[in-house]
Structure formats: structure tokens, C-alpha cells
Design a protein around this ligand. Structure first.
Ligand SMILES: [Zn+2]
Length: 149
């Protein structure tokens, strides 16, 4: 059932900002006793609320809130250092084994293909490195969003 009376939101809008509210609202309040009574009730309620003293807590509210705020992650962490160390070992293992066994690889392929192979390997390693770096940055960004330390 649709009523022609003003909504609670419209009445409160009229009370808080009479100059900028819709003309329809002001005109309706001027002619409708029901809505005019609601306006009077709201005005009385808001004036009583303004007269109430501010609440005073018997405990230190800011200390309780600050105790629950997570502390910032320290800049240095052992898990990051371990990750970098393992990545360095992996890269060194690939580079050293490639250097040590380069003779076998070039012996298998014709000389034309060996230089092409080095170029392809360099390109593949470069692209893979950037992709791993991108994945790691995305992982760090998502863990910061989740606030997991
Ligand atoms: Zn009305």
C-alpha cells in the first residue's frame, strides 16, 4: 500500500537542511498534520540528544584499540633471505651445469645451431626471470592486501 505521506528519510532531510530540501517536502509538511507531528517529534528527539553529556569510559579506549592494530612487518625477515638464497642456489646450479656441460651440448648439435641455441637459452632465461619476478611481486601485493605476516 502506497501512502502519500513523507518517508522517514525525507522528514529527516527537511529537519537537517530545510533550505536545500525538495519543495514538495516543505509543501507537504505545511499541509499535513501527521508529517508535521513527525517533524516536531524528531526535532524534540534531536534537541534532547544534543543535551546529553558525552559518554565517558572507565577504561582507556585508545589503548585497547591500539593493542589490536597489527604491527608493521619488519623490513628484514629471515624467510625473505632464505627465499633469495634458494633462488640464488637454483640460478647458480643452472648456470654452472650449463657451463660445465656446454661441450656435450655443442657436440650434439651442428655449429650453426649451437650459437642459435645460446641465443634461445638466453632469451628463455630472461623471459622466465621476468615472469618469476612478476609472480613474486603479485604474491607480495596480495599478501599485503590480506594482511598476512
Ligand atoms: Zn503527510
Amino acid at each position: 500500500m502506497k501512502t502519500d505521506h513523507l518517508s522517514e528519510t525525507e522528514i529527516q532531510q527537511y529537519i537537517f537542511d530545510k533550505t536545500n530540501c525538495n519543495n514538495r517536502i516543505a509543501e507537504h509538511i505545511g499541509v499535513c498534520d501527521n508529517c508535521k507531528a513527525a517533524v516536531t517529534t524528531y526535532q524534540l528527539l534531536f534537541s534532547e540528544i544534543k543535551q546529553l553529556p558525552n559518554p565517558i569510559f572507565k577504561f582507556n579506549l585508545s589503548a585497547l584499540v591500539l593493542a589490536q592494530v597489527p604491527q608493521k612487518k619488519p623490513i628484514f625477515s629471515w624467510s625473505d633471505l632464505f627465499s633469495y638464497f634458494m633462488a640464488l642456489i637454483l640460478i647458480l646450479a643452472i648456470v654452472i651445469s650449463g657451463y660445465l656441460f656446454r661441450g656435450y651440448l655443442t657436440a650434439i648439435l651442428p655449429p650453426v645451431f649451437s650459437s642459435l641455441l645460446y641465443q634461445m637459452a638466453t632469451t628463455a632465461i630472461t623471459i622466465t626471470s621476468f615472469q618469476i619476478l612478476g609472480i613474486y611481486k603479485e604474491y607480495q601485493r596480495q599478501t599485503e592486501i590480506l594482511n598476512i605476516y
